[in-house]
Design a binder for this molecule. Structure first.
Ligand SMILES: [Zn+2]
Length: 220
């Protein structure tokens, strides 16, 4: 089971691993925590963005080898997940109980966006509540931006998944998140993931490996 704070985090953070798992026939579920509606709030209405991101996410997930039945939408407001913590813990607990995943992909917490930190702690609390024994794989997204100054990053993210064979598909999946990678109607004010750090940020997700912090709960 993979938890994505926003549509696109599933592809950026663990899209390669998802592709590898589908290749080997593993079952997967993806859970989108927020609607992602605030990514370009000054340029487009929440309602329009919400629909666009949901449609894009379904297309991206299809490229990753999954259909709508493998997706759960919790639909909390983008940027405000921590305010919905109690409700989110209940809903995540239900999903964990229903699917009993052996491995859980979730956001790494240090140096991350607030919804990523909230997702991390909500998933941990729900796992604890359900009493699940699982392997957790925490993926970085925004912490890639300052990884050079964070020695901890290198010490903690020691698990890697080789994704060279599925790199082209991972790129194709990210391309489906059109609102995040293309300027809408050519609008120069419309920021894309490729604009961040002159493309260096995006390049971090298309290396030969994805990096994770691994926690084996039954060994704790
Ligand atoms: Zn995100």
């Amino acid at each position: 089971m993979a938890f994505a704070p926003h549509p696109d985090d599933e592809t950026l953070g663990c899209g390669g691993a998802i592709l590898q798992k589908r290749r080997s026939g593993a079952e997967m579920q993806i859970v989108f925590m927020t609607d992602g509606a605030a990514s370009h709030a000054h340029l487009i209405s929440h309602a329009e963005m919400r629909l666009m991101r949901q449609r894009e996410a379904l297309e991206a997930v299809e490229v990753l080898g999954l259909g709508p039945a493998h997706v759960s939408w919790l639909d909390f407001p983008d940027g405000e997940l921590s305010l919905w913590r109690a409700q989110a813990v209940i809903r995540v607990s239900r999903l964990l109980q229903r699917h009993r995943p052996e491995q859980i992909f979730l956001p790494y917490a240090r140096g991350e966006h607030s919804d990523h930190v909230a997702t991390h702690s909500i998933v941990y609390e729900a796992i604890d509540r359900v009493g699940l024994a699982a392997t957790l794989l925490e993926y970085p997204v925004w912490s890639w931006r300052h990884w050079r100054t964070a020695g901890r990053f290198l010490r903690e993210l020691r698990t890697s998944v080789a994704i060279h064979e599925v790199l082209a598909q991972k790129r194709a999946a990210l391309e489906r998140h059109v609102s995040q990678v293309r300027r809408r109607n050519g609008d120069p004010c419309w920021r894309t993931l490729g604009d961040i750090d002159q493309g260096e940020f995006l390049a971090c997700f298309f290396q030969d490996y994805e990096y994770y912090r691994r926690v084996d709960l039954w060994k704790v």
